[in-house]
Design a binder for this molecule. Structure first.
Ligand SMILES: [Zn+2]
Ligand SMILES: [Zn+2]
Length: 141
Protein backbone atom coordinates (compact mmCIF):
# COMPACT_ATOMS: atom_id res chain seq x y z
CA UNK A 1 0.00 0.00 0.00
CA UNK A 2 1.09 3.51 -0.72
CA UNK A 3 1.63 5.75 2.27
CA UNK A 4 0.08 9.19 1.95
CA UNK A 5 0.20 11.73 4.73
CA UNK A 6 -0.75 15.34 5.12
CA UNK A 7 1.95 17.62 6.45
CA UNK A 8 0.77 20.90 7.97
CA UNK A 9 2.31 23.97 9.51
CA UNK A 10 0.97 24.66 13.00
CA UNK A 11 1.18 28.44 12.47
CA UNK A 12 0.14 29.19 8.88
CA UNK A 13 -1.88 27.56 6.10
CA UNK A 14 1.05 25.80 4.45
CA UNK A 15 0.41 22.12 3.88
CA UNK A 16 1.28 19.39 1.43
CA UNK A 17 0.71 15.74 0.92
CA UNK A 18 3.56 13.30 0.79
CA UNK A 19 4.73 9.98 1.96
CA UNK A 20 7.51 9.88 4.50
CA UNK A 21 10.05 12.51 5.36
CA UNK A 22 12.74 9.88 4.84
CA UNK A 23 12.83 6.95 2.46
CA UNK A 24 15.01 4.34 0.86
CA UNK A 25 16.41 5.10 -2.57
CA UNK A 26 18.52 3.00 -4.96
CA UNK A 27 20.53 4.03 -8.05
CA UNK A 28 21.24 1.83 -11.03
CA UNK A 29 24.41 1.97 -13.12
CA UNK A 30 22.93 4.70 -15.30
CA UNK A 31 22.15 6.92 -12.34
CA UNK A 32 18.39 6.35 -12.48
CA UNK A 33 16.89 6.60 -9.03
CA UNK A 34 14.31 4.25 -7.59
CA UNK A 35 12.56 5.62 -4.54
CA UNK A 36 10.78 3.42 -2.03
CA UNK A 37 9.65 6.39 -0.01
CA UNK A 38 5.96 5.71 -0.48
CA UNK A 39 6.49 1.95 -0.52
CA UNK A 40 8.78 0.96 2.36
CA UNK A 41 7.53 -2.59 1.87
CA UNK A 42 9.09 -2.70 -1.60
CA UNK A 43 12.77 -2.33 -0.70
CA UNK A 44 13.68 -5.98 -1.34
CA UNK A 45 11.73 -6.10 -4.58
CA UNK A 46 13.33 -2.87 -5.78
CA UNK A 47 16.94 -3.82 -5.10
CA UNK A 48 16.34 -7.25 -6.60
CA UNK A 49 15.25 -5.56 -9.83
CA UNK A 50 17.75 -2.68 -9.87
CA UNK A 51 20.82 -4.78 -9.04
CA UNK A 52 19.69 -8.03 -10.59
CA UNK A 53 19.81 -9.94 -7.30
CA UNK A 54 18.01 -13.10 -6.37
CA UNK A 55 14.87 -12.37 -4.32
CA UNK A 56 16.36 -14.35 -1.40
CA UNK A 57 19.51 -12.24 -1.23
CA UNK A 58 17.53 -9.03 -1.67
CA UNK A 59 15.20 -10.07 1.13
CA UNK A 60 18.11 -10.83 3.45
CA UNK A 61 19.77 -7.51 2.80
CA UNK A 62 16.51 -5.59 3.25
CA UNK A 63 16.04 -7.34 6.58
CA UNK A 64 19.53 -6.44 7.80
CA UNK A 65 20.85 -9.99 7.63
CA UNK A 66 24.05 -8.59 6.19
CA UNK A 67 26.26 -11.48 7.22
CA UNK A 68 24.28 -13.73 4.89
CA UNK A 69 24.86 -11.46 1.89
CA UNK A 70 28.04 -11.87 -0.20
CA UNK A 71 30.52 -9.07 0.33
CA UNK A 72 30.62 -7.83 -3.27
CA UNK A 73 26.86 -7.41 -3.24
CA UNK A 74 26.97 -5.65 0.12
CA UNK A 75 29.54 -3.22 -1.23
CA UNK A 76 27.55 -2.56 -4.39
CA UNK A 77 24.43 -1.91 -2.34
CA UNK A 78 26.24 0.30 0.15
CA UNK A 79 27.62 2.39 -2.71
CA UNK A 80 24.37 2.69 -4.62
CA UNK A 81 21.62 3.05 -2.09
CA UNK A 82 20.81 5.60 0.58
CA UNK A 83 18.13 7.49 2.41
CA UNK A 84 16.43 10.34 0.65
CA UNK A 85 14.78 13.05 2.67
CA UNK A 86 12.23 15.70 2.05
CA UNK A 87 13.16 19.25 1.08
CA UNK A 88 10.77 22.08 0.34
CA UNK A 89 11.60 24.72 -2.27
CA UNK A 90 11.56 28.21 -0.78
CA UNK A 91 10.79 29.67 -4.19
CA UNK A 92 7.81 27.58 -5.36
CA UNK A 93 7.13 25.44 -2.25
CA UNK A 94 7.40 22.22 -4.25
CA UNK A 95 8.35 19.04 -2.43
CA UNK A 96 11.61 17.42 -3.44
CA UNK A 97 12.99 14.13 -2.21
CA UNK A 98 16.77 14.30 -2.20
CA UNK A 99 19.57 12.01 -1.13
CA UNK A 100 22.13 14.61 -0.21
CA UNK A 101 25.14 12.45 -1.08
CA UNK A 102 23.96 11.68 -4.61
CA UNK A 103 21.34 14.13 -5.81
CA UNK A 104 21.65 17.79 -6.69
CA UNK A 105 20.40 20.10 -3.98
CA UNK A 106 17.96 21.96 -6.15
CA UNK A 107 14.25 22.09 -6.84
CA UNK A 108 13.15 19.74 -9.61
CA UNK A 109 10.29 22.07 -10.53
CA UNK A 110 11.84 25.53 -10.73
CA UNK A 111 15.55 24.71 -10.45
CA UNK A 112 16.01 26.97 -7.44
CA UNK A 113 18.82 26.06 -5.06
CA UNK A 114 16.94 27.62 -2.15
CA UNK A 115 15.52 24.51 -0.63
CA UNK A 116 15.25 23.47 2.97
CA UNK A 117 14.28 20.56 5.09
CA UNK A 118 10.86 21.29 6.65
CA UNK A 119 12.02 19.44 9.73
CA UNK A 120 13.17 22.51 11.66
CA UNK A 121 10.60 25.10 10.69
CA UNK A 122 7.93 25.86 8.12
CA UNK A 123 9.41 26.93 4.76
CA UNK A 124 6.61 29.44 4.22
CA UNK A 125 6.25 31.41 7.44
CA UNK A 126 9.59 30.28 8.95
CA UNK A 127 7.97 30.19 12.37
CA UNK A 128 5.67 27.24 12.65
CA UNK A 129 6.55 23.61 12.85
CA UNK A 130 5.53 21.10 10.21
CA UNK A 131 3.49 18.30 11.68
CA UNK A 132 2.56 15.07 9.98
CA UNK A 133 -1.07 14.14 10.28
CA UNK A 134 -0.55 10.41 10.31
CA UNK A 135 -1.55 8.20 7.46
CA UNK A 136 -4.31 9.82 5.49
CA UNK A 137 -5.41 6.98 3.34
CA UNK A 138 -3.67 3.79 2.43
CA UNK A 139 -4.44 3.91 -1.27
CA UNK A 140 -4.26 1.32 -4.03
CA UNK A 141 -1.60 -1.35 -4.36
ZN1 LIG B 1 10.94 25.27 -6.75
ZN1 LIG C 1 4.05 28.13 8.37
Amino acid sequence: MTVVRTFKCNKCDFSFKGANIYGFVAYDDNGNRYSCNARPDKVAETISKVFNLSPEIAEKWANFKNDEVPEDIRKKLADNTGMESLFICLNCLAENYIYVRRDKLRCSKCNSVSIMSPYDCCPKCREGKIEAEGILKPSDK
